[in-house]
Design a protein around this ligand. Structure first.
Ligand SMILES: [Fe+2]
Length: 235
């Protein structure tokens, strides 16, 4: 089991607040059967620049790794990335590739919270065609009330990958729609997007159980194959 989207690194964003919390989240993940995680702290270009962000992220990771080693416990393996919040013109930002997951060309992109326009799609295409990146759209279920045509275009755009949170399969309000998209092969990756132990905990196992029950094990195998391919390219 692979979790490609989570906020486990301590003290870097609105995710884990401390090393102790990070270790608890990692224990929980391991107990649920997760073997690999991508740590994807938020990156906001209006408050940060990639160089500074990467230094903070790598420092937080070194600190966490040394604490993990001290415990002598088994934890999931992990690789570093970012959840890059969209901004106008991102498609022309060459330094954005430094925020890809590990050594891969996969970039986890968080779409705009405001109303989508055609410019968003143009930027996504520019990231793919101009910068040769493999864009993963984060938690697609949050955007079901955006312009239907733009969402549909994005979902059928070749070479663009779609990620859904486990929560979307657990929540009855979004379940039907994400199950349909997964069945149609339009959702490629699953993540927990876990931020802490209480309000946004690790829930990949629970989400996967819903998928298995409703669509059978093949749907999970497809997700696992995409996840494994990402990890193979990232490490
Ligand atoms: Fe996230």
């Amino acid at each position: 089991m692979i979790d490609i989207h989570c906020h486990v690194l301590p003290g870097i964003d609105d995710g884990s607040k401390s090393v102790e919390m990070s270790l608890s989240m990692l224990r929980d993940s391991f107990d649920q059967g997760i073997g690999y995680m991508c740590f994807t702290p938020h990156f906001y270009a209006d408050m940060d620049d990639p160089g500074k962000f990467l230094r903070r992220r790598d420092e937080a990771d070194s600190f966490l790794r040394s604490e993990m080693e001290d415990t002598d416990e088994p934890f999931p393996e992990h690789v570093l990335g970012a959840e890059v919040h969209y901004y106008r013109g991102i498609g022309r930002s060459e330094d954005i590739e430094t925020l890809c997951i590990g050594k891969s060309r996969f970039l986890l992109l968080e779409p705009p919270f405001r109303t989508w326009t055609g410019a968003f799609l143009e930027d996504v295409r520019a990231l793919r065609d101009g910068l040769d990146l493999k864009v993963i759209i984060a938690h697609i279920e949050r955007y079901f009330d955006q312009d239907k045509h733009l969402v549909k275009e994005l979902l059928s755009e070749p070479g663009i990958y779609i990620q859904s949170n486990a929560e979307a399969f657990i929540d009855r309000k979004t379940r039907k729609k994400v199950l349909k998209l997964l069945e149609e092969g339009k959702i490629h990756f699953l993540g927990s997007d876990c931020h802490n132990m209480l309000t946004r905990p690790q829930n990949l196992m629970e989400g996967r159980a819903v998928i298995e029950e409703k669509l059978g094990p093949k749907a999970l195998h497809r997700i696992d194959a995409y996840g494994q391919d990402l990890i193979d390219q990232a490490v």
